[in-house]
Write a protein of this length. Structure first.
Length: 488
C-alpha cells in the first residue's frame, strides 16, 4: 500500500468513527445538559422526540402518588399499557372537557375520579373488544394549573401549581405568610366548600394529612391571626404561638415541644390581661391545664431549681404541698388555687407561720365576705396550716374524773361536768372557764354549750378559797409565834 492509499484509508476510518459516535456524543451531551429528562434516546437524525418529558419540567414529589387518592383532571398525561397477545402502549391526555380519547375505543370520562377508578373504567370498556389482557394505567406527568392566593401573603395573586402540590407549596410560591397572617386557619375554597388547613400541625407534628393537595379551580385565603400566646421558661421551644379558639395551656405546651427536664411540672404561672392594661399573674396547677387560653396570655414554666417565691399548704384542704406565688399575691388568690376544704376543716383556727417565726391567726370565715381589707399579702416561705375541727371536749380542774368526751352539740357545760363525775367538794359550778383551740379564754355558766375542742375547767369555790386562805393565815401565824418563842 503506497503512501496515498494509506492516507485515504486513514481518513475513511476517522470519518466512520465520527459518524458512528456523533449521535452517541450528542445524546451524552444532551443527557448531561438536560440530564433531567425521561428517555435519553435520540431519533436517528439526532433530534429529541417531541413527546420527551424532562425531570426539570416535573414537580418535586414529597411522596409517591397514590393511585387511589390522586384525582384526575384536564391535562393530566397518562400511560396506558395493554398486555395480551401483543403489547401496546398509549400516551394519552385528559382533554379540557375532562375526557380521554382512546384510539379505536372512544371517549372515556376521567375528570374528578381517581387514577384507580379510571383504570377500572378503561378495563371495562376495552374488555368488550379484547380478551385475556392485562391493563396498566400510570401517571406520566401531573397537570399544571393556576390557583389564586389571597390574604396575608407577601405576593398575593395567581400562582402556578401542579396536582401533586399542596397548600403549603402554593403559599410558598406566593411569598409565604406575612407576620400578621394565620398559619392555623388557612382556607381552601373548592366548589362552594371551605376546607380549613392547620399548617402548624404539618410543621410541628408532621401531620401531612392537613396539607391538602390542590385541584383545578381552588382558591387559597390566608386570614389574619386572631389569638397569640407566649410560652417561655423551662420549655423545649419557647416563643410566641398562634392559638386557635378553644385551645388550652396543655395544647400550647405540647406545640412547644413539652417541658424540659428541670421544669416544675405540677404548676405554671399564667399572666393575663384582665381589663385594659391591667395584667394579673397567677399560678395554675396541672389539674387545670385544660384552662382555655386568651389573646396575649403569657405562660412561664418554672425551674424547680430556681429561687421563685413559694408557699406551703398543709392540713385539712383538698390540695396540699408547694404553691408558687407571684410578687404581691394575696391569701384569697392562694385559697382559690388550693380548692375546697375537708369536712373537718376548722376555718376559724387557720394559721400562717412565716420564716421569721411570726405566727398569724386567721379566721377564714371572714374571707367569705370578700372583704379586701382583710386580705393578707403572702411572703416567700409562708406555711399555711388549716387544722381539723376537734371532735372532743375536755373537762378538768375540780372534777371527780377529768378526761375527754365526744362532742355532742346539744350538751351543756353541766352535762360535760356530769360526764366527768361532777365537781369535787372544792369545785364550784359557778366558777367555770373555757379554753378554746384558738387560745382564747372565756368565763361561762353551766348552761352554756361549748364548742368542739374546748377545754372546760371547773375552779374552786370562793368559800373554799376563803377558808383555805384563812387556814393558811392561821398556819402562818402559828409558825411565826413558834419562831418568836424559840428565839427568846
Amino acid at each position: 500500500m503506497n503512501k496515498l492509499q494509506y492516507m485515504i484509508f486513514l481518513l475513511l476510518l476517522i470519518y466512520s468513527a465520527v459518524c458512528c459516535a456523533g449521535p452517541l456524543i450528542a445524546q451524552e451531551n444532551s443527557g448531561r445538559d438536560m440530564g433531567s429528562r425521561v428517555g435519553r434516546v435520540l431519533t436517528k437524525d439526532g433530534r429529541i422526540p417531541d413527546n420527551t418529558v424532562f425531570f426539570d419540567d416535573l414537580p418535586r414529589l414529597g411522596k409517591f402518588v397514590d393511585p387511589d387518592q390522586y384525582i384526575l383532571g384536564p391535562y393530566d398525561r397518562l400511560l396506558i399499557s395493554i398486555t395480551g397477545t401483543e403489547t401496546r402502549d398509549f400516551d394519552l391526555l385528559v382533554l379540557p372537557e375532562g375526557n380521554v380519547f382512546f384510539p379505536g375505543i372512544g371517549s372515556i370520562r376521567a375528570d374528578g375520579i381517581s387514577l384507580s377508578e379510571f383504570r377500572e373504567r378503561v378495563l371495562e370498556k376495552i374488555s368488550k373488544f379484547f380478551y385475556d389482557i392485562e391493563l396498566h394505567c400510570y401517571l406520566i406527568s401531573p397537570r399544571i394549573f393556576k390557583v389564586f392566593v389571597s390574604g396575608e401573603v407577601n405576593m398575593p395573586g395567581m400562582v402556578e401549581v401542579s396536582a401533586v402540590e399542596s397548600v403549603s407549596e402554593a403559599i410558598k410560591k406566593a411569598g409565604d405568610i406575612t407576620s400578621k397572617g394565620s398559619s392555623r386557619m388557612v382556607e381552601v375554597r373548592r366548589k362552594g366548600e371551605v376546607i380549613k388547613v392547620d399548617l402548624m400541625k404539618v410543621i410541628r407534628a408532621g401531620d401531612m394529612k392537613e396539607d391538602v393537595f390542590l385541584s383545578n379551580g381552588d382558591a387559597i385565603h390566608v386570614p389574619s391571626a386572631e389569638i397569640h400566646a407566649t410560652v417561655h421558661g423551662c420549655i423545649r421551644r419557647g416563643g410566641r404561638y398562634e392559638i386557635v379558639q378553644g385551645e388550652t395551656i396543655r395544647d400550647i405546651i405540647q406545640f412547644a415541644g413539652g417541658m424540659s427536664g428541670t421544669a416544675v411540672r405540677d404548676s405554671i404561672l399564667l399572666s393575663r390581661v384582665i381589663a385594659g392594661d391591667t395584667v394579673s399573674t397567677f399560678s395554675v396547677t396541672v389539674d387545670d391545664f385544660d384552662k382555655k387560653l386568651k389573646d396575649l396570655d403569657v405562660i412561664n414554666i418554672l425551674d424547680r431549681f430556681s429561687t421563685a417565691a413559694r408557699v406551703f399548704v398543709f392540713g385539712a384542704v383538698q390540695k396540699t404541698g408547694r404553691f408558687y406565688i407571684t410578687e404581691g399575691e394575696k391569701l384569697s388568690n392562694l385559697l382559690a388555687r388550693v380548692g375546697s376544704f375537708n369536712n373537718s376543716a376548722d376555718l376559724r383556727a387557720v394559721s400562717i407561720e412565716r420564716e421569721n417565726k411570726e405566727h398569724l391567726r386567721i379566721d377564714l370565715t371572714k374571707y367569705l365576705s370578700q372583704n379586701v381589707d382583710l386580705d393578707i399579702r403572702l411572703k416567700d416561705g409562708d406555711k399555711l396550716y388549716v387544722p381539723s375541727v376537734h371532735t372532743i371536749v375536755a373537762v378538768g380542774g375540780e372534777v371527780q374524773t377529768p378526761g375527754s368526751f365526744k362532742y355532742q352539740g346539744d350538751l351543756t357545760v353541766a352535762h360535760y361536768v356530769g360526764l366527768a363525775g361532777g365537781p369535787t367538794e372544792k369545785g364550784s359550778m359557778g366558777r367555770i372557764v373555757i379554753y378554746s383551740p384558738d387560745g382564747s379564754v372565756r368565763k361561762t355558766t353551766k348552761d352554756a354549750r361549748p364548742n368542739r375542742g374546748d377545754v372546760i375547767i371547773v375552779k374552786k369555790s370562793k368559800v373554799r378559797l376563803a377558808a383555805e386562805f384563812f387556814n393558811g393565815v392561821i398556819r402562818l401565824g402559828t409558825v411565826v409565834i413558834s419562831v418568836i418563842i424559840i428565839t427568846r
